[in-house]
Design a protein around this ligand. Structure first.
Ligand SMILES: C[S@@+](CC[C@H](N)C(=O)[O-])C[C@H]1O[C@@H](n2cnc3c(N)ncnc32)[C@H](O)[C@@H]1O
Length: 217
């Protein structure tokens, strides 16, 4: 009988810590780049909900370039939320984190409407139900002009970068339910929930920024 403990259900990036704040080397590389793409897209005084915020560095980076916005980080993981809370205490516009698991049924219940949902590096490192819950929840929680910002690696058929194919294989070896998602599947999922892909922005290291917007009725 296999006596190994069950695999941790959520994945963490490699992290370093100082007091309660956690630091992720990948967030150190991409936070400013993400802030550059995202900040101009957010309307004045935007309220933003971030899903799977991890260390909280992305919200911190955007709030420091856009002091008008209100950014609420979230994560199912307690240590991540502590790191986000430590950053929120020091950063104007960054609010206390919420405990949110978007694969849970009814995760939007009791939340106010938001102008934007942000989700970086989450849907490939969790089961597909996470992407489904995110898209369903976005339809419930976003204002009519609301936008969804996704960041991470994606598969794009024959144009897929070899490093993303290798990453996909390594994720699946860790957990068969994980994997780099096909852009086509993600676009279709959001379309089924009433959003269209407004922008696809190539980012360093073969990542993409994707901006979805509600389709006109
Ligand atoms: C690889 S980390 C990315 C953290 C951060 N967004 C970044 O880009 O640095 C993935 C994060 O997604 C969170 N996560 C995993 N499954 C989730 C779910 N079902 N709902 C919300 N967050 C989830 C994890 O707790 C973790 O903090």
């Amino acid at each position: 009988m296999d006596k190994r403990p069950p695999e941790k259900p959520i994945a963490m990036e490699l992290r370093e810590s100082a007091d309660e704040k956690l630091y992720s080397p990948s967030a150190a590389r991409n936070s400013a780049l993400i802030a550059d793409v995202l900040s101009p897209v957010l309307p004045p005084d935007a309220s933003v909900l971030e899903i799977g915020s991890g260390t909280g560095e992305h919200g911190e980076a955007v709030c420091s370039t856009r002091p008008d916005i209100q950014w609420t980080p979230s994560d199912p993981d307690e240590l991540s939320r502590r790191s986000q809370a430590a950053r929120a205490r020091e950063t104007s516009g960054l609010k206390a984190p919420l405990e949110l698991d978007v694969s849970a049924v009814g995760w939007t219940q009791g939340l106010p409407a938001f102008d934007a949902l942000v989700c970086c590096n989450v849907i490939h490192i969790s089961p597909w139900e996470t992407a489904e819950g995110l898209a369903r929840g976005a339809a419930d929680i976003l204002v009519p002009e609301g936008r969804i910002f996704l960041y991470g690696p994606f598969l794009e058929g024959a144009d897929t970068a070899p490093s993303n194919l290798e990453f996909d294989a390594s994720l699946k070896a860790r957990n068969p339910q994980w994997g780099v998602r096909a852009l086509q599947d993600v676009t279709q999922l959001f379309e089924q929930n009433g959003f269209h892909l407004e922008k696809r922005i190539a980012m360093p290291a073969n990542n993409l920024s994707l901006i979805f917007r509600r389709a006109q009725r």
